[in-house]
Design a protein around this ligand. Structure first.
Ligand SMILES: C[S@@+](CC[C@H](N)C(=O)[O-])C[C@H]1O[C@@H](n2cnc3c(N)ncnc32)[C@H](O)[C@@H]1O
Length: 367
């Protein structure tokens, strides 16, 4: 069952299509992408603090890298998890930074409760604006999005390496990659389920309030199944935190369609290495707080067969705040009957694009 509800965004009504029954455990559901906005709350922090698939990788890296070193934890969050793990691993000193005031206040309470005040210093602000000394040997920053770069990791860690780290400093995580494959949204979610999960609406409201107007938020799919992929997958962006790190990039890939079906966009998801020789976390195949992001490309689903190909161009460039990226995708589908189908998506971090694709017109019906 779906219903249309009305949000008030700075005095203007915005209609939103919402699922009226609670989501079933493990079933695919639709949320706005939340990580790239300053709307973290205790629920979101808890989903990360209890994400063992994620935490074991960061913990292992810190156990290896932190002993005797100065550690910088960028975006420590309310639970100061990596500051805590660094001290536990034997760090000489930890500087933890948090930009959100409420989270900073709770982090200060937790730092004292964990008895870390002597070994860890907490700073309020954005790492890109703060200056402090001495420089750190190790920087840990879990500012990785479901599209890897979405939370600003490329710009923030380029700045951290330039100003906050010693010349041979090491960054955790080591590498993040976003992969993509062709899908049809109604096959990912089920035809009747293209609507926001009811629990996600307070977050959608917070994102719109922060932007001061509605816009086409990135679409986060919880519990997407790899069975929904219609094509092979390919890497569309790569962030090498201990190598050459780019704040803008463009990739062109050709995805072979692998089975009969239909497609109207691509599903993008994260692979993450905390150490260079790690088994990567794969957000599509493992239970983790990261989800997949559906990017609509075509105006309607297009039937495909094995042998068809999807040429996909993915470009990211820094958005208006100089930290969070805007994305542009364009695609050309070549089908066996000799036809081509073109599709595209503009996905800025924030802005005025609203109801630009059929799926957004369905999710945000005209008032
Ligand atoms: C994904 S959460 C991670 C929280 C915690 N470190 C963890 O791993 O569970 C990212 C946190 O980083 C903060 N943040 C993002 N960019 C930041 C920056 N440049 N400087 C300081 N804090 C930042 C956000 O407010 C948020 O609390």
């Amino acid at each position: 069952m779906r219903q249309v509800i009305e949000l008030d965004v700075h005095g203007k009504p915005v209609h939103v299509l919402v699922r009226s029954e609670p989501e079933l455990e493990g079933r695919a559901s639709l949320w706005p992408s939340v990580g790239e906005y300053p709307i973290y709350d205790p629920f979101l922090y808890t989903t990360m603090t209890t994400d063992e698939e994620r935490n074991k990788r960061f913990r292992t890296a810190l156990e290896q890298l932190a002993p005797g070193r100065r550690v910088l934890d960028i975006g420590t969050g309310q639970d100061v998890v990596w500051a805590r793990e660094s001290v536990r691993a034997g760090a000489r000193q930890v500087t933890a930074i948090e930009v959100m005031e409420d989270s900073f206040r709770q982090a200060a309470v937790n730092l004292t409760a964990y008895g870390l005040e002597d070994r860890a210093t907490l700073l309020l602000g954005e790492s890109t604006s703060l200056a402090f000394a001495p420089q750190a040997d190790v920087c840990v920053a879990e500012i990785i999005g479901s599209v890897a770069s979405a939370e600003g990791a490329a710009a923030v860690l380029t700045d951290a390496r330039r100003r906050h780290l010693v010349p041979d400093g090491v960054i955790v995580p080591h590498r993040a990659v976003t992969r993509a494959a062709a899908v049809c949204l109604s096959d990912v979610l089920g035809e009747q389920h293209i609507a926001f999960a009811a629990e996600s609406i307070p977050y959608l409201q917070s994102i719109f309030n922060w932007n001061t107007s509605p816009f086409d938020v990135r679409l986060r799919i919880e519990n997407a199944s790899p069975d929904a992929l219609v094509s092979e997958s390919a890497e569309i962006e790569s962030l090498d935190f201990n190598g050459t790190l780019h704040t803008a990039q463009q990739t062109t890939t050709c995805l072979a369609i692998q089975r009969s079906g239909r497609i109207d966009g691509v599903l993008a998801w994260l692979q993450l290495w905390c150490l260079s020789d790690d088994e990567p976390l794969d957000a599509l195949r493992m239970k983790t707080n990261w989800a997949s992001i559906y990017c609509p490309l075509f105006q309607e689903p297009v039937p495909v067969e094995p042998g068809d190909t999807l040429d996909l161009v993915f470009a990211s460039s820094l958005g208006a705040d100089g930290v969070h990226p805007d994305y542009q995708l364009s695609a050309t589908l070549h089908t066996a009957d000799g036809r081509t189908h073109n599709g595209s998506l503009e996905s800025p971090h924030r802005g005025a694009h609203f109801r630009t694709h059929p799926v957004y017109r369905l999710l945000f019906p005209a008032p």
